[in-house]
Design a protein around this ligand. Sequence first.
Ligand SMILES: C[S@@+](CC[C@H](N)C(=O)[O-])C[C@H]1O[C@@H](n2cnc3c(N)ncnc32)[C@H](O)[C@@H]1O
Length: 419
Amino acid sequence: MIQRYLGNKNSIADHILHEVGRFCQPGDIVCDIFSGTISMSMALKRSGYRVVSNDISIFSYHYANCYLRNNTIPVFDLGLLGINGADYENIAQEVIEKKKDEVGFLFLRNQHLYELYKNLVIVLIYLERIEATDIAKQFQARYIYNTYTEEGNNSYFRSLRGTEGHRRFFTPANGKRIDNILNKIREWNDNHLLSEVQYSLLISILCESIEKISNTQGTYHDFQRELYDERALHDLTLRIPPFDDVVSTQNEHIIGRAQDSLNFIREVPKHKLLYLDPPYNFRQYTSYYFMLNLICNYCTIKNLNKYFKNVKFVRGQNMDDDFDSTFCKSDKFIESLHQLISDARTQYVIMSYYDGRNHENKGTHRKDNGIAAIVNLFESDMFKAGSFEQLAFERTNYQSFQGHTADKCNEYLFIAEKR
Ligand SMILES: C[S@@+](CC[C@H](N)C(=O)[O-])C[C@H]1O[C@@H](n2cnc3c(N)ncnc32)[C@H](O)[C@@H]1O
């Protein structure tokens, strides 16, 4: 999973699950409507709930498609993909052997699942080592290298303040590696050789792996201008994903495809509990994490030339991919929340909120009064009188602007039963 994501609930999933468990039984439908990295959706799946998951970012859809809604290890036909399995058999076994005792890999004790997984690992090793010459001519391209590395011919930027330079989200060598992997997946996808789940899985693994060698402080809003972060200097390797949670239950789950939660909630069937983890700060996630969405969309962009010609700002985002969320505007936040909850066919609502420093826009105070306004909403007649509870606990917060250090902040849960 993506780790360096603002508001990622990985570290407090158990606290939240504990509260969910007070109101829900396994098998109940629980909706995670700002699912981001899907850390909560997966924790809910693990606990036996039927999960509804949606986020405005397309990367979250692909994660949910392969890890949440999918309950199996997809069958990769190596011959069909043009991979000679025998060339990679030994190395794949070595890789799997090392993983066997790690958390998330118990499923490998099942021989059938082991064999299926081995083919996935072979595909990943193949992609990790792929050269441009292994890709059909018409799919060979260098868009990531050209746009996001300092050697590229499309990476020049001039900031609003007048600083100039070349983008360096990745080292040139890693830029080429990402291109090769993306181009091969695009070739397979164009030739209809991948199922939807296989496509989502490969592209999600690439996103997770890219995060580890990105020359950023976490978000893709900017990159380290002067130097390379130590982790960016490592060669890109593809992550071997744990699958215990994926195959843990056979429940049916529902996922939204990058929808505005204000629209999606109207399609969500009656559910027991709505878990809300909105952005509640000025940062638009589709800008801050545009690279993950770009990686997920790359294989389906019709005219790549035109797309990359139209990238804007220092970060180099094509703004057609952007979304202006009302939840990131302090004067619209409460109104949007009210709308969302009132449209939801849910019995209970649990909402996360934290008081991290990046909550406020460069020192200016929120116009909506932060916590007081949320308390007002949860005590309003949308909810049963006397049902409101506010809990607080401390958690570690990932702060992008402080490099890789983490801060302590208070995490609040607002809980109430709808009328
Ligand atoms: C605090 S983060 C959620 C983090 C998530 N719980 C996790 O553990 O990774 C808020 C999320 O809301 C999403 N978002 C913002 N506005 C949205 C909207 N209008 N509709 C759907 N998702 C939205 C962002 O893309 C972001 O992933």
